[in-house]
Ligand binder design. Structure first.
Ligand code: NDP
Length: 397
């Protein structure tokens, strides 16, 4: 039996992970489930999966959960805060950690999993984008295994030859083709962007996801974060990563070889496929996803991204080509801007504006430690909040 911790159990990825795992009760045992503040949802998951530990990042929520569990599940240990998340990511009885917290908030617990040599199923792309090479060195130095959950990176991983870790050129890989649905506004002219509402931005045409990643998909920042993620996971540079708009989301990404061959991974747009792949790798298990019906799909379309309408993608390529904390600043400004947009405080086109200003007004530096990364993340968040305050007060005039 493999012991599993799910960081971010109450989210979209967490729920899909529990769905896949519940098909194999004899193979996987839930050791710990974590959430931020959704007490009732985590309580119900504890009833269904009987973990040893339940962690709420929010202290008040942790007290409420402990109160709910006291009578009917007194054996479940309730922990709180970042320390609690780090503890359950590093427990000896845990073999696999699903990293599915949203945003840079997932960095420290995911790092704890890397430092204790776990198999990490990485959904939380922001953690990797922010910590970059420092995170990859912790993975390598501590014998951890990093398997991508993002459907694109999981597809690339499946199309890569053995030994790709030693360098893509060594194994004859020329280029990564990262597909993107283009999001809900692929056909919408820029003049209409100011009237886009949070609910419209969260209505993704192909995938059901949490609200933050849905907005990132709508601005194409999600693809930008994925470009940086691809460079780190596959030890390559942004000039070797091509973004291809593919509205049907059937091909999840491709790898081009030196001889002109292109390998692709296809499947229904269902996150249970990459989750099942990474959970059981190198074995294959049933995921519960629908089979692909190529006759029903009938055609596949491809086009180049429009960097004028979706500048976030260009900003991410810019950050990916630097080895300083530009990606930290970009990610922090994006998280703050998306949160303000979801609160109806700023408009959709303000998201790239906040990011651009943060990148121009702050000085990125070479970060030698996680502490320096976290410092720059905090500084960028404070600066982005000031920019947002200015935009809000302009709207009030
Ligand atoms: P959700 O918003 O659905 O879930 C986020 C999870 O993180 C919840 O369990 C939430 O708890 C928890 N959480 C939020 N803030 C904190 C915090 N400060 N500290 C600790 N836990 C916190 O997100 P998704 O599942 O959609 O996405 C999770 C990650 O996976 C993201 O990085 C995303 O980019 C990535 N991803 C998601 C995909 C998808 O299909 N959804 C596809 C590919 C990647 P609570 O419920 O209590 O708020």
């Amino acid at each position: 039996m493999k012991g599993v911790t799910i960081l971010g159990a109450t989210g979209s990825i967490g729920i899909n992970t529990l769905d896949v795992m519940s098909r194999y009760p004899g193979e996987y045992r839930i050791v710990a489930l974590t959430a931020n503040s959704e007490v009732e949802r985590l309580y119900r998951q504890c009833q269904a999966f009987q973990p040893q530990y339940a962690v709420m990042a929010n202290e008040i929520a942790a007290e409420q959960l402990a109160g709910r569990l006291r009578d009917d599940m007194p054996d479940v240990q309730v922990l709180s805060g970042v320390a609690g998340l780090e503890q359950v990511a590093a427990l000896e009885q845990v073999d696999i950690v699903m990293a599915a917290i949203v945003g840079a908030a997932g960095l420290l617990p995911t790092l704890a999993a890397a430092r204790s040599g776990k198999r990490i199923l990485l959904a939380n792309k922001e953690a990797l984008v922010v910590a970059g090479h420092i995170f990859m060195e912790e993975v390598r130095g501590n014998g951890a295994e990093l398997l991508p959950i993002d459907s694109e990176h999981n597809a690339i991983f499946q199309c890569m030859p053995a030994g790709f870790e030693d360098g893509l050129a060594e194994v004859g890989v020329q280029r990564i083709m990262l597909t993107s649905s283009g999001g809900p506004f692929l056909q919408v002219p820029a003049e209409e962007f100011p009237s886009i509402t949070p609910d419209q931005a969260c209505a993704h045409p192909n995938w059901a996801m949490g609200r933050k990643i849905s907005v990132d998909s709508a601005t194409m920042m999600n693809k930008g974060l994925e470009v940086i993620e691809a460079c780190l996971l596959f030890s390559t540079t942004p000039d070797k990563v091509q973004v291809v708009i593919h509205p049907q989301s059937v091909i999840h990404s491709m790898v081009e070889y030196l001889d002109g061959s292109v390998l692709a991974q296809l499947g229904a747009p269902d996150m249970r496929i990459p989750i099942a792949h990474a959970l059981a790798w190198p074995k294959r298990i049933e995921s519960g996803a629908e089979r692909l019906d190529l006759f029903e799909i009938a055609r596949l379309d491809f086009e180049a991204p429009d960097l004028e309408r979706f500048p976030c993608l260009a900003y991410a390529f810019e950050a990916a080509s630097r080895d300083d904390t530009a990606a930290v600043i970009m990610n922090a400004a994006n998280e703050e801007a998306v949160s303000a947009f979801l609160d109806n405080a700023i408009l959709f086109p303000d998201i790239p504006r906040v990011i651009r200003r943060a990148l121009d007004e702050l000085s990125p530096r070479q970060a030698a430690s996680i502490e320096e990364v976290l410092h720059d993340d905090q500084r960028a968040r404070e600066h982005a909040r000031e920019i947002i305050k200015g935009i809000k007060s302009d709207y009030c005039k």
